[in-house]
Design a protein around this ligand. Structure first.
Ligand SMILES: Cc1ncc(COP(=O)(O)O)c(C=O)c1O
Length: 410
């Protein structure tokens, strides 16, 4: 099968210094984009420029380089808001998806009372499970999980059953980091709102692969990480509807998030700074802004289209190998570019180790989704996750390496 090749991957790959090196004397085939993406030189350069030319704190100094830093930091907010079609005030920088979701569990949790219900799904990453689970324990809340169907999608009939007026929060992953399933988040938002609940999306696996418009999705909150979208580690985002953020208590207290402080009481800064206590991750925010510029230049619609073609090719290639079992929807349109699979008779860690020797980086394990692994009846899987810089040739090499593993373990 040939794919249309909507992107010039050869040219794109030149922007990524990591692909110039060899691993085990072979070209690096990086198929662990679900864990973190590679970084283009434009992102690395933007961060270096900050340290080399105008390193200083933000929102404090009146001198030239501090003004430049403040401008760049605020510009990063503006670009991020524009990227997901939010307002400037609605974008809070955090450490990552995990911190964004913890922020929500902590602050929204204060308003919940015994007997209130939170609805998640059976395919959540630990980051969108453990914070709510611990909150439920502390406050005597009920936690419910939308079931998964045999074809690895959310059981919407079950969702309609368990999302009721008792539900206060529904928090669901947009694209599963194991199954690749793209969940019907618009439909879930409508269902949550009909019952008076808030709707949260864990967007960690969708942000780099699909164009995101938070207004169109009508979610109340949307969380994601910079490092999975070509940006650096240490920076993430929590989008929240302005009227909700305005009424929420701050998460962390300290410098910059205040308006006025007296010995006995304090008032809070305006949005988004009310939720950004202390010196923020300035360099990382600047790196994230450069990543957004880069993604916009390539075009998110084109990325989506190309990755869909690549995923179709990979699904077809893998399903032609006898003894390989793929977990997740079979149609590329229903799923993102994450493919979890097992090779009959070989432990996922052994498969991953043999692939590594061929220069192929994949992940083997439970993918921070242990309850889902239990449901699938496995202790782990191998996971190949693609980005727009991956190619069909790399998928062919993956297939060859899997066959090699089968030979070794025969
Ligand atoms: C679906 C999902 N949610 C949350 C996270 C957590 O992201 P981070 O580790 O960047 O906080 C991940 C990371 O793999 C993920 O795949």
């Amino acid at each position: 099968m040939l794919i249309k090749q909507t992107l010039d991957t050869k040219k794109i790959r030149e922007d990524f210094p990591i692909f110039k090196q060899l691993t085990h004397n072979k070209p690096l085939i990086y198929l662990d984009n679900g864990a973190t993406s590679q970084k283009p030189v434009q992102v690395i350069d933007a961060m270096n420029r900050f340290y080399n030319e105008y390193n200083s704190n933000v929102h404090r100094g009146v001198y030239k380089i501090s003004e430049l830093a403040t401008h760049a930091y605020e510009e990063a907010h503006r670009k991020t808001a524009d990227f997901i079609k939010a307002e400037f005030e609605e974008v809070i920088f955090t450490k990552g998806t995990t911190e964004s979701l913890n922020l929500l569990a902590y602050t929204l949790g204060r308003t919940l009372k015994q007997g209130d219900e939170i609805v998640l799904s059976q395919m959540e990453h630990h980051s969108n499970l453990v914070p709510w689970q611990q909150l439920a324990k502390q406050k005597g809340l009920a936690l419910k999980f939308i079931r998964i169907t045999k074809d690895y999608k959310l059981d919407m009939a079950h969702a309609r059953e368990i999302i009721t007026p008792k539900t206060k929060i529904v928090s669901i992953v947009h694209v599963s980091n194991v199954l690749g399933t793209i969940n019907p988040v618009k439909e879930l938002a409508a269902l949550a709102h009909k019952n008076g609940a808030l709707f949260v999306i864990d967007g960690a696996q969708s942000i780099q692969h699909l164009p995101i418009n938070v207004k169109e999705l009508d979610c109340d909150f949307f969380a994601f990480s910079g490092h999975k979208m070509l940006g650096p580690t240490g920076i993430g985002v929590l989008y929240g509807k302005r009227h909700l953020l305005e009424h929420m208590e701050p998460f962390l207290y300290g410098g910059d998030m205040i308006s006025e402080v007296q010995f006995e009481h304090s008032t809070w800064n305006e949005l988004p700074w009310k939720f950004e206590a202390g010196t923020p991750n300035i360099t990382e925010a600047i790196g994230l802004a450069a990543a957004i510029d880069y993604l916009k230049e390539i075009n998110m619609e084109h990325i989506k289209e190309y990755e869909e073609e690549l995923t179709t090719y990979a699904l077809e290639t893998l399903s032609n190998i006898k003894g390989v079992r793929v977990y997740g929807p079979t149609e590329a349109g229903d799923r993102g570019s994450v493919i979890a699979f097992n090779v009959e008779g070989i432990h996922p860690h052994d498969v991953s180790t043999i692939l590594d020797r061929e220069g192929i980086a994949v992940r083997g394990g439970h993918h921070c989704a242990m309850p889902l692994m239990n449901l699938l009846g496995v202790t782990g899987t191998v996971r190949a996750s693609f980005s727009f810089y991956n190619t069909t040739e790399e998928i062919d090499k993956l297939a060859q390496a899997i066959k090699k593993a089968q030979e070794v373990f025969k």
